[in-house]
Write a protein that binds this ligand. Structure first.
Ligand code: ADP
Ligand code: 5GP
Length: 198
């Protein structure tokens, strides 16, 4: 009987936030590849252009400026942020409910303000995890190594990172991503503990 009730429950919300370049995507993809945790990725909407290799509906729903504004006006977002000037990112209600209504946990890769907002909205149905870099210099080196932004964009992201790091105390957990394998293990443990506390 107990098992039956659990199977009918909806999934829960796992929020992963960090300044850009701290390794959120790498950690999330590693956890999804390991497949030890029943969770699916919530594909966000954005009006930025796809990077090489990124696909619509897989990495993001890539919208035009007008489409993004229409989605805001139609109340389609759980939350959205103008993370960089003119560059919007948002979590779609239908994306989260599609996954949780099917009984799966959902993992959100959102900026720090979005992370705080989603946690406020979902309370104890959500766990929020802040991924921090070992230091700002390491962050710059990783962004340079990733090679997906111009020098100017890297300066912008590193500058913003200093501000974003001040949000860490508002999260349930902070994990420092120095050794990647260890950071993945720590995040996995936090999530396993959270979802076992249904
Ligand atoms: P985010 O999604 O937070 O913007 P990414 O996951 O794209 O960051 O990581 C940024 C870059 O840093 C990538 O090139 C990734 O391979 C690299 N990276 C991630 N974690 C580590 C780590 N622990 N040590 C060294 N490089 C890392
Ligand atoms: P990127 O351009 O590197 O893919 O993402 C830039 C930033 O936007 C990252 O911090 C990422 O977590 C954030 N982001 C991605 N999707 C969302 C979203 O739906 N909402 C919010 N608030 N931030 C998002």
């Amino acid at each position: 009987m107990d098992l039956h009730i659990k199977a009918m429950e909806t999934g829960r919300i796992i929020i992963i936030s960090a300044p850009s370049g701290c390794g959120k995507s790498t950690i999330i993809n590693s956890l999804l590849d390991r497949g030890e945790i029943d969770m699916q990725f919530s594909v966000s909407a954005t009006n930025r252009s796809p990077r090489q290799g990124e696909r619509h509906g897989v990495n993001y729903y890539f919208l035009t400026d007008a489409e993004f504004q229409d989605s805001i006006a139609a109340g389609e977002f759980v939350e959205y942020e103008e993370v960089y000037p003119g560059r919007y990112y948002g979590t779609l209600r239908r994306e989260v409910s599609r996954i949780t209504d099917a009984g799966h946990n959902v993992v959100l890769d959102v900026d720090v303000k979005g992370g705080v907002r989603v946690k406020e909205l979902y309370g104890s149905d959500a766990v929020s995890i802040f991924i921090a870099p070992p230091c700002v210099e390491a962050l710059r080196a990783r962004l340079e190594g990733r090679g997906t932004e111009s020098a100017e964009q890297i300066d912008q992201r590193v500058g913003r990172a200093q501000y974003e790091l001040s949000f860490a105390p508002q999260f349930d957990h902070t994990v420092i991503n120095d050794d990647l394998a260890q950071a993945v293990r720590e995040v996995e443990q936090i999530i396993k503990k959270f979802i076992s506390r249904k």
